[in-house]
Ligand binder design. Structure first.
Ligand SMILES: Nc1ncnc2c1ncn2[C@@H]1O[C@H](COP(=O)(O)OP(=O)(O)OP(=O)(O)O)[C@@H](O)[C@H]1O
Length: 742
């Protein structure tokens, strides 16, 4: 039977549950002395307030009868009883139940009028000082303002945390800002982008050709370019994008570019191929990275003989004789303030790092090791036997201050630099411009910095081409390790990786023990083969679970893109079951037991590690792009989903945060950077030529430790090896470094 529309009204007696992200609230009201449980999305509500709501009664299988709210109106409490309930609910800090009852006893039905009009009189109540009286008034006003703000913002479809953020940022100025220049929200508030602001502007009636709109659009496009990996945009490109986004004429766009540059929000520079436009932040980041790299690059005196002896001792100890290039790297590390070591898989980067650590350790120097991701840091720790942290953690990512959205700061910076003599960073290809800037700021001149990575891996997810640009500038010492040492008997992964990188074709005759090509020419068949490999064949072959085996694909869309493959693999590896709860979100199903991945850096997200008794033993914040885990539990009551990441870190996602998670049975090659898997399976059939290039294939193959299986077209694999076209990135770090050397 369909639920029947009804109306209820009464005082809010108890808030049972509230999700501040989206306003979803479960609470009880008292109507004619009966308790009614109400459920709905309410912008702002406190115990003691009076609500009138329309909706329908439904029967919840566990919680019984509930009133589902469709629309509502809240009134401030008016009579003495509800005022007391409200004041004593904890809504006003410092006022508990006892004090609330004393206040109401004294002022009765007039209580609210007194608080608003003569707050100093509150101090007539025992236990309330004048200061406290004013504080109560202030809190009371703030709550009222907040509610008005929430109601106002709801008209523009802005609710929950975002609305609170806006109110906290602007206070009562909010109304003017929204009416006059809602685009300011996109500048100041994380979580509001140009599109949302533009929609508000449309509703407020702001002209499509207004200067605010065009300026905001330009800044938005520059930010958008950053998310594509670019540090700046050529003016011609920016204008083309602006015309299509804003539907404005070229002249108006030019005018606003000039204006923005006068306001110092963007920087316009003359490049070889015309004018280049940066958002100011990125211009100075790039410039400062170049400057700081030069500053660090000082020379040190050293005793060649003593160092040779030391290296000989280390070789003796480790039973490894360094080859010429590795040896050079150790000597250069001692001689220079800045050194870059690059090489493909198995060329002895780790071996060299270990020797460098031993040399400096013998000198009694303090050494810090770090890598851009948790996984890479863990691997670095295991390979060196010394603690390696993520760069974020080494720089002491600090907690957010309230109201700053998802912005964050590092405790370690130019005012509080890292205390170390030597800092070694591994997996440098994954470090983007922003992180490099933060890192360099925290390193004082006199500390040696050693950057290690494989320059042929895909560039960082974030903007810039840092490692490649530094190397290409030819301004600093770079040691290239080219000799391959790890060439285990019968293993072709590393040999093939080097061949691919050099543009040489590889043997796909399946005589290998760990590199296979299964020729298929139809995407449905390829999908079926992949499922069979992941589910049945490979786990035994590489001694791992199906979940450890990673399907990598170049694309998100298409029949062999991440989205489709994930659905197929989910159905095969973690099918629906009565025992598994599932939650639909954006046309995807998240099911208990699913393999998932965090798809953006979230420095705020809290994690905890529990011991076997369920007691929390460690807590922290920060879950990063590319971290993958398993859904442990879905909880519909608290509207949340619990994911267990590597190292047993447990993270709770509210349903409204699910846009940060994706299924991860299959992931793009880009997202797999910095991770290693026992085996990878890669469909290669057809798709955008730009994505089928050497760099992608090389990165994919180097993710595998024990086995690579390619399923699809041999000619496409050949095409990839020949195709050197990469998606180019607009970055001028290389030029900036060179300019500074002049
Ligand atoms: N000079 C050397 N003599 C003998 N063996 C070496 C030498 N250098 C490295 N190796 C061996 O080669 C293998 C690969 O070395 P290492 O792990 O240092 O390379 P890597 O560049 O860090 O590799 P990857 O990037 O794949 O992790 C190791 O087994 C290591 O012991």
């Amino acid at each position: 039977m369909a639920p029947i529309a009804a109306t209820v009204e009464g005082f809010v007696d108890r808030i049972v549950f509230r999700n501040d992200e989206n306003g979803y609230t479960i609470f009880t009201i008292i109507q004619n002395e009966t308790e009614i449980t109400c459920v709905g999305y309410i912008t702002f509500i406190n115990e003691g307030e009076f609500i009138q709501a329309t909706g329908a009664f439904t029967e919840h299988p566990v919680y019984g009868e509930q009133f589902l709210i469709e629309s509502y109106e809240i009134k401030e409490p008016e009579d003495a009883y509800s005022i007391e309930l409200y004041l004593g609910s904890g809504a006003i800090k410092g006022v508990g139940k006892v004090l609330a009852s004393r206040i109401v006893k004294k002022f009765g039905d007039n209580t609210f009028r007194i608080i608003i009009e003569e707050p100093e009189r509150l101090s007539e109540v025992k236990g309330i000082s004048e200061r406290m009286a004013i504080d109560i008034y202030r809190q009371f006003e703030e709550k009222r303002d907040m509610r008005d703000a929430m109601m106002f913002l709801q008209k523009y479809n802005i609710t929950g945390n975002l609305a609170v953020k806006i109110f906290k940022e602007y206070g009562r100025r909010m109304y003017d800002i929204i009416r006059e220049n809602p685009y300011k929200l996109a500048e100041d508030i994380t979580g509001i982008g140009f599109k949302t602001a533009d929609e508000i502007a449309r509703r407020v009636g702001i002209e499509p050709n207004s200067e605010f709109r065009i300026k905001a659009g330009i800044l938005y496009l520059l930010m958008q370019a950053n998310t594509e990996g670019h540090v700046y945009l050529p003016e011609t490109d920016l204008i083309a994008r602006a015309k299509s986004l804003l539907l404005s004429d070229e002249e108006s766009i030019y005018r606003q570019i000039t204006d923005l540059s006068l306001e110092k929000k963007i920087v316009v520079v003359d490049g070889k191929e015309g004018r280049l436009i940066y958002s100011s932040v990125f211009y100075y980041m790039e410039l400062n990275v170049a400057r700081m790299l030069h500053d660090l690059n000082i020379k040190y005196d050293y005793d060649q003989k003593a160092l040779s002896n030391r290296v000989a001792q280390i070789e003796e100890q480790t039973k490894t004789v360094l080859d010429g290039q590795q040896r050079t790297a150790v000597f250069e590390a001692v001689r220079n303030g800045l050194l870059i070591i690059t090489g493909g898989p198995g060329t002895g980067k780790t071996t060299t790092i270990n020797a460098i650590i031993k040399v400096f350790e013998a000198e009694g120097l303090d050494i810090l090791l770090a890598a851009p991701t948790g996984r890479a840091a863990k691997r670095m720790s295991e390979a060196t036997g010394y603690e390696a942290k993520t760069i974020h953690r080494m720089l002491e990512l600090s907690k957010l201050t309230q109201g700053e959205g998802s912005s964050f700061t590092f405790e370690r910076n130019e005012y509080n630099p890292l205390e170390a003599d030597v800092i070694i960073i591994d997996e440098m290809s994954m470090v983007d411009l922003g992180l490099m800037h933060a890192l360099l700021k925290a390193i004082s001149v006199g500390t040696r910095l050693i950057l290690v990575g494989d320059v042929n891996q895909l560039p960082s997810v974030g903007p810039g081409n840092v490692l490649k640009d530094i190397i290409n500038s030819h301004c600093f010492n770079v040691v290239m390790l080219t000799k391959i040492f790890r060439q285990a008997e019968g293993s072709d992964i590393i040999v093939n990786a080097h061949k691919i990188n050099a543009g040489e074709q590889i043997n796909l005759d399946n005589k290998s023990m760990d590199f296979f090509m299964l020729k298929r020419d139809n995407s449905a068949v390829i999908t079926a083969v992949i499922i069979n490999l992941v589910k049945n064949k490979l786990p035994k072959y590489v001694d791992a679970t199906s979940f450890d085996i990673q399907v990598l694909t170049p694309m998100k869309k298409g029949e062999l893109g991440v989205e489709r493959l994930n659905k197929a693999l989910q159905a095969a590896l973690n099918p629906p079951s009565e025992n598994k709860k599932e939650k639909e979100y954006n046309q995807n199903i998240f099911r208990e037991g699913d393999k998932v991945m965090q798809i953006k850096n979230n420095y705020q997200l809290a994690w905890e590690i529990k011991n076997n008794f369920g007691i929390t033993v460690q807590i922290g914040t920060g879950v990063f792009n590319g971290d993958s885990g398993i859904i442990k539990e879905i909880n519909f009551f608290s509207e949340s989903l619990l994911v267990e990441f590597d190292d047993n870190r447990l993270v709770e996602y509210s349903f409204s945060q699910l846009d940060e998670l994706e299924l991860a049975y299959a992931v793009t090659v880009h997202k797999s950077q910095g991770s290693e898997y026992p085996a990878i399976v890669m469909p290669i059939l057809d798709g955008p030529k730009l994505l089928f290039n050497r760099n992608i294939l090389y990165t994919a193959v180097t993710r595998a430790k024990r086995c690579v299986v390619i399923v699809g077209s041999e000619s496409m694999v050949k095409f990839m090896i020949d195709n050197k076209n990469e998606q180019s990135r607009y970055s001028r770090l290389c030029d900036q470094i060179r300019d500074m050397a002049l």
